[in-house]
Design a protein around this ligand. Structure first.
Ligand code: NDP
Length: 312
């Protein structure tokens, strides 16, 4: 059976940054890309907030460059999806991993960078217009709607924070809340309520996103009165939560109630020796490419120290 010194699961900014550091430390990393090679950034258009790109860069190109940088130092990138893990609790123990249901491999250390996926409403019109005005990240895409009218769905802290962020850029933000109250903290709710160009519509859900190639509006329904209405907008932001990609680790790795992996203190260590977590899979708070890259670096350094201590 093949034995890998440093196995990296996931190919977003966290996974590739971990690979750059691990390869330069001669850990001979192998990256399994997962089902979405390049991760969430491949679904965004322009990335303007990653340091070092003064003119911005589109998400897919940035991920190709990150992959090339990792490969330059000897990382092996493989297309494949890890479908099962059998982690070893012993210090220096060997972890077993199954790729694409069939290929069994062994790993001395594992860096988990499987990310999180934004939740969507699931409407066909919403899925069709993803990238054409429907976005799940106001910080990434809000700028494109400068001086325009937009809407945001959701009522948690993320929706509240993103609504106020958008209100600074856009002319008007309509916030759609499905119940008669918000879930967001009181402080965040006050901020939203104080912002003049945010209109909150309670008990309101989207029936359809209108537009052929790009978003032109939404048809909404009041779920109490059943009255429908059309709102003209050019951008629709979905902020109804994220789901970390941790199903295969359930029952082994410690996670919070939402499924995010728990790491020890400021490190990337999980509750299994030699298993580290970086990026959105362990971060529901910041969720930025640059913070994911930062923790990817940390995970590789943690893996290097771990392997060094095991090898004595
Ligand atoms: P949450 O799970 O807290 O909130 C999701 C929101 O989306 C809820 O209001 C929910 O409505 C709504 N929702 C879910 N599904 C649908 C749907 N199909 N249609 C319409 N609305 C829907 O997720 P968040 O991303 O907001 O927050 C995640 C965690 O991160 C939380 O613990 C939060 O506190 C934290 N966070 C903290 C921040 C901070 O402190 N600055 C900033 C951002 C996040 P309902 O209420 O009816 O269930």
């Amino acid at each position: 059976m093949e034995r890998i010194k440093c196995l990296i699961i996931g190919s977003g900014p966290a996974g590739y940054t971990a690979a750059i550091y691990a390869a330069r430390a001669d850990l001979k990393p192998v990256v399994y890309t997962g089902m979405e090679p390049g991760g969430q950034l491949t679904t965004t258009t322009e990335v303007d907030n990653f340091p070092g790109y003064p003119k911005g860069i589109d998400g897919p190109s940035m991920m190709v460059e990150l992959q090339q940088q990792a490969e330059r130092f000897g990382t092996e990138v493989r297309i494949g999806h890890v479908t099962k893990v059998e982690l070893n609790k012993e210090i220096g123990g060997i972890h077993k991993v199954v790729v694409d249901e069939v290929t069994e491999i062994e790993a001395e250390s594992i860096i988990i960078s499987t990310g999180a996926s934004a939740k969507y409403l699931g409407l066909p019109s919403e899925q069709r217009l993803r990238g054409g005005g429907v976005s799940a990240c106001a910080v990434c895409d809000g700028f494109f709607y400068k001086g325009q009218d937009v809407a945001i769905v959701g009522a948690g802290d993320t929706a509240a924070e993103e609504a106020t962020y958008l209100a600074n850029i856009c002319t008007k933000v309509t916030m759609l809340v499905r119940r008669d109250q918000m879930r967001a903290s009181k402080a965040m709710q006050h901020r939203v309520n104080r912002t003049k160009n945010i209109e909150i519509r309670y008990n309101t859900e989207i029936e359809e996103v209108i537009g052929d190639q790009v978003v032109e509006g939404i048809r909404v329904v009041n779920n109490q009165t059943k009255t429908t209405d059309q709102i003209p907008i050019t951008g629709l932001f979905i902020a109804i939560g994220h789901k970390p990609n941790t199903d295969i680790f359930k029952g082994q790795l410690e996670m919070d109630e939402a499924g995010y992996l728990i790491t020890e203190g400021k490190s990337t260590k999980t509750n299994y020796p030699g298993v580290f977590a970086s990026g959105d899979v362990q971060d529901k708070e910041y969720r930025q490419a640059v913070t994911a890259a930062g923790t990817g670096c940390m995970a590789a350094l943690d893996a290097e120290r771990y392997l060094g201590s095991v090898e004595g």
